[in-house]
Design a protein around this ligand. Structure first.
Ligand code: FMN
Length: 164
């Protein structure tokens, strides 16, 4: 198994240190190497670096308290003019996973927080960040230097697999 897959865990305590611009660019490059349905590359990204934007996120999302200590966050969105919502979710999820694994590789902590399909959260993010109508905010990823460490949890469950 890839070391990054073994090591990646959801980190919810950070030290508030800003994440370097170059590091954020590496994460975005990794995101955009992800596969997308019909190679439509439907994802769009809004990178949050300002403390005031990070601090406001828990008021837009009930399970994003970790943002108060994060060093950056990336909102992953899908362009509704390019594909239907189920494909936007699939495309975004693959890109999100690349970000989480690249962050782990770079020694950063991360946490995936879903926005869609909650209408309340979609509206809250769309309004606060004045997103254009075509963009569906799908998730927001907390990033930063982790202040908690979690070990490998073996989740392999043969009962979930059918062979034939
Ligand atoms: C679609 C999705 C939505 C999630 N939303 C949240 C969230 O809103 N807040 C949060 O703290 N964690 C969220 N998580 C993280 C999960 O809670 C976490 O991945 C799960 O508990 C397994 O732990 P691990 O990531 O450390 O392996 C989400 C994960 C996924 C895949």
């Amino acid at each position: 198994m890839l070391k990054e897959i073994e090591k990646r865990r959801s980190i919810r305590k950070f030290n508030k240190e800003a994440v370097k611009q170059e590091t954020l660019e590496v994460l975005l490059r990794s995101a955009m190497q992800a596969p997308t349905a019909m190679n439509k590359q439907t994802w769009r990204f809004l990178v949050l670096q300002r403390r005031e934007d990070l601090d406001v996120l828990p008021s837009l999302h009930p399970y994003a308290n970790m943002m108060k200590s994060a060093g950056a966050a990336i909102i992953v969105m899908g362009d509704r003019t390019l594909n239907s919502d189920p494909y936007l979710y699939c495309d975004a999820s693959a890109a999100i996973m690349n970000i989480l694994l690249e962050a782990t590789h770079l020694g950063l902590g991360s946490c995936w927080c879903a926005i869609a399909p909650s209408k309340e959260r979609i509206d809250a993010f769309s309004n606060y960040f004045a997103l254009s109508k075509e963009l569906l905010p799908i998730a927001v990823i907390a990033l930063g230097e982790g202040m908690e460490s979690k070990g490998f949890e073996d989740r392999y469950d043969p009962a979930k697999v059918q062979w034939r």
